[in-house]
Ligand binder design. Sequence first.
Ligand code: GLA
Length: 381
Amino acid sequence: MRRRGRAQGRDPRVTVTFAALYGAAPRVRADAPGRVNLIGEHTDYNDGFVLPAALPLRTTVELTPRPDDEVRAWSAEFGDGPPVAFRLNVGACASDWADYVRGMVRVLVDRGLTRGFDARIASRVPVGSGLSSSAALLIALGRALREAFGLALDDLELARLARKAETDFVGIPVGIMDQMACSLADTTGALFIDTRTLEYTRVPLPPEAALLVIDSGVRHSHASGEYRIRRDECRRAATALGVPNLRGVAERDLAAIDSLPNPLNRRARHVVTENARVHATVAALRAGDLQEVGRLFLASHASMRDDFDVSIPALDALVECARRAHGVYGARLTGGGFGGAIVALTESGAARAAGEAVLLQQNRAFPHEARVLVPTAEFLD
Ligand code: GLA
C-alpha cells in the first residue's frame, strides 16, 4: 500500500474512536490478517503455486451503514485529518490510501452494495513491509460490508473481488495470493494454493517448528514499477518458450530456459524452480522434515536474489544473519521484494532469541531499524 500522509507523533488509534468520528458506536466490526508467504514468490501471476500463512497481526474495520450514498472512511494509519468522503458512484483514483476503499466499493456496487457507510480502519499490519497491508484492508472492509449489508459472497469470491479492486481500480497488477491468504488462511499453518485453479489445501506447521518474521525497516516504495517489469519479463519469457505462461514450463526444460536472452533466462529459471520448491516444501512440511524446509527457504532466497533480482543488501544480510542464528533452519525474503521482511523457520521456542540475535547485528550494520514482528507481543499491544 502506498504510504501518504502518515500521522506523526501521537498514536491516533488511542484517541480517535468510531464514536468520536461519527457520533455513535459502530454497527459491525470485522477484521482480516496480514500474510507472510512461506515460499512461492512471484509465481502467482505466472499461474503457479504459493504457500502463504496468516500473520497474528490484523486490520480491523468498524462500520455503520448510512441511509444515503455517501462513504466516509478514516484510517488510524493515515488519520491526522477528517474522514475521506466520496459517493458510492466512485470516480477515479485519488492516489491516496483511500483508493483501496474506493476500489472495494466499486467492485461491491456490482454485487449489491446500494448504500454508503461510515468506516474506521485500524491496522497492526505494517505498511510497505511486504506483508499485505493492502489485502488485509480490502478483505477486512469486504467482510464488514458483507455483514452490514447481507451481501451473498463466500471467502473465495471476496478474495477475487479484492484482487479486482487492486488490479482494476488501484491499478497495481498483483496476483491472487495476498487476497486469498488474507481471506482464507489462518495462523496454524499455510495455505497451499494453485493460482491457476484457485484450489487450496491447508498444510499445518509441525508443532516442533515456529516462524520468525523480521521487518527490515526498508519500505518497498518503488516496488510497483519493478513489479510490472518482472511481470512483463515473465510474459516475454513464456512467449519466447511458446507457452501461455511459465506454469507451462517444467524443470526438465531448463536447457531451453538457459538459451533465452538475459534476463529472461534468469526470470524464467526463478519461476520454474520456485514452483518446484513450493511442492517440495509442502512435502517436507507434511513429512516433518524441517531441515529440508530450511534448505528450500535458502534456495528460494538465492533464486530471488540472483535470478529474479528482487532482493536488496539489507534483506540479504538479514537472511545471512538468521541462517546462522541458533535454532534456525532457513530464511528467505518474503513478499514482492525491494524492501520489506524476511521469514525464517526455527525450532519451536527458538524464534524470539534468534530474532533478538539477528537484530543486534543488523541494526549495527544498517541505518534502517529492523524489528521482529513475529513472534512478539509488543506489536499486538
Ligand atoms: C506481491 C503481490 C503478490 C505476489 C507477491 C510476490 O505481494 O501482491 O500477488 O505476486 O508480490 O510473490
